[in-house]
Design a protein around this ligand. Structure first.
Ligand SMILES: Cc1ncc(COP(=O)(O)O)c(C=O)c1O
Length: 441
């Protein structure tokens, strides 16, 4: 381990940390300084089992040689090439590989640098697509309560996590929300819940209210991750697809978490066998190593833009680093790692073990619900009266002390380990949580 930099910086003031309790963190910093496979190494030399694949992104585990080498080689060969009006081969190769592994209707890839940018890109494409077809009144965007679509203005407008929206002003105009799909009657369900398909019918109410001819797209996470792992009820996504098709509304699946094997398939669209018109992805596209995202679209959407004089730009949108050489190299090496090691199949094979291990925590102190699918899962805790989030945050800190990394949102503990996890490591996650919860106030 070549660690020639100081392990603990002597001044923590300047870095304003994202989505972090900054003052709490800086009193007792939690620093990672290295990672390998399923583990992080902390600044004080402890090994921490990664129960969250970093931030739902390191699906192949850490410091994978093929990915590291691809990045090093690319940096030494073509470090950067302009993204507008110029190309380089790896971006084309990655786009081809990506659409090959995605469900069949996805034929084109537009590259971004993050999940948030993928969402903005997809929303803009949706509106511009309708306009290109002569339906310029279709500008409304429909999201869902408790949805997470990143942190940019489009994403927080269609998103439905209140704390991510409420202090940021009036957001985008012309946005409406479907109800979330979390029903008390589905508590303790293993996999997809039975009740709630009817919640998709709220789209008919929204259509009746605004008129279908004003609605461009509906965006949902096929399985809502960041809000605390909410699974789609059986039949729900099918119904959403049916109603959007009926009214000429595009359906966007935000697969920033569910993409790249999390549910045991390439994408959740394949897992649920419901095909959207666009898929947004990021995170696992480069195994979390280099920032990169993508929007996958059908040929119908892409082709609607390919009109007019050929010397003119068809879509006035893009980023300096869209498909940048090092990102593309990382993406190609990542997809190859997934394929070579059969990691999506591995996730599917491990899913039943993961499910039973998680549900063995039923009856543990404070736990009021357990949800799971593929290699993702959540424990919902009873909040401390008047102090929401405090109990789960305390569990997170204790779990970290005891050598496992989990993630909390509200009073929910979420886990999404790298797909290379071994059964004894699943046991370690669950048994550590059992101990932590038993000792928690
Ligand atoms: C469904 C979904 N969309 C968008 C994002 C935003 O991605 P990023 O943080 O890369 O901008 C996330 C991040 O967790 C996500 O889960």
């Amino acid at each position: 381990m070549a660690l020639d930099r100081p392990q603990i910086p002597n001044d923590l003031r300047a870095f304003w940390m994202p989505f972090t309790a900054n003052r709490q963190f800086k009193q007792a910093p939690r620093m990672f300084v290295a990672a390998e496979g399923m583990h992080y190494t902390t600044a004080d030399g402890r090994q921490v089992l990664d129960g969250t694949a970093g931030l739902w992104c390191c699906n192949a585990g850490h410091r994978r040689p093929r990915i590291v080498e691809a990045i090093q080689k690319q940096a030494a060969e073509l470090d950067y090439a302009p993204a507008f009006q110029m190309g380089h081969p790896l971006a084309f190769e990655l786009a081809n590989k990506l659409v090959d592994m995605a469900p069949a209707p996805m034929e084109h890839a537009f590259f971004t640098n993050s999940g948030s940018e993928s969402v903005e890109t997809a929303l803009k494409i949706a509106i511009a697509y309708h306009r290109a077809r002569g339906e310029g009144a279709r500008t409304r965007l429909i999201g869902r309560e408790r949805g997470y679509h990143g942190v940019n203005f489009g994403g927080i407008s269609v998103g439905g996590i209140v704390n991510n929206r409420k202090v940021f002003g009036s957001l985008l105009n012309g946005v409406d929300h479907l109800p979330h799909t979390h029903l008390a009657e589905n508590a303790w369900t293993k996999g997809q819940p039975e009740h709630g398909a009817h919640l998709a019918e709220d789209l008919e109410r929204i259509v009746a209210l605004h008129g279908a001819e004003t609605i461009a797209a509906v965006i949902v996470e096929p399985m809502a991750g960041s809000t605390g792992v909410l699974l789609p009820p059986k039949g729900y996504l099918e119904k959403l697809r049916e109603i959007s098709t009926k009214h000429g509304i595009l359906l966007i699946f935000d697969e920033v978490i569910t993409g790249f094997g999390r549910l045991g398939s390439s994408f959740a669209a394949e897992h649920f066998n419901v095909m959207p018109d666009m898929i947004t992805c990021a995170k696992g596209l480069t195994n979390g190593v280099i920032p990169m995202g993508a929007v996958l679209t059908t040929a119908a959407i892409h082709d609607a833009f390919m009109q007019g004089p050929e010397h003119l730009i068809e879509l006035f949108h893009g980023y300096t680093y869209s498909g940048a050489p090092i990102c593309s190299a990382a993406g190609l090496a990542t997809l190859e790692t997934y394929r070579e090691e059969g990691l999506f199949e591995r996730a599917a094979d491990l899913a039943p073990y993961w499910q039973e291990a998680l549900h063995s925590l039923r009856g543990t102190r404070h736990v009021i619900d357990i949800r799971n699918m593929g290699l993702i899962g959540a424990l919902e805790l009873e909040p401390i009266p008047g102090e929401p989030t405090r109990r789960a945050f305390a569990a997170f800190l204790k779990a970290y002390e005891k050598g496992i990394l989990v993630r909390t949102t509200g009073d929910i503990i979420a886990m999404s380990p790298p797909l290379i996890i071994e059964k004894p490591q699943i046991d370690q996650l669950v048994e550590t949580l059992r101990e932590v919860l038993a000792t928690l106030d």
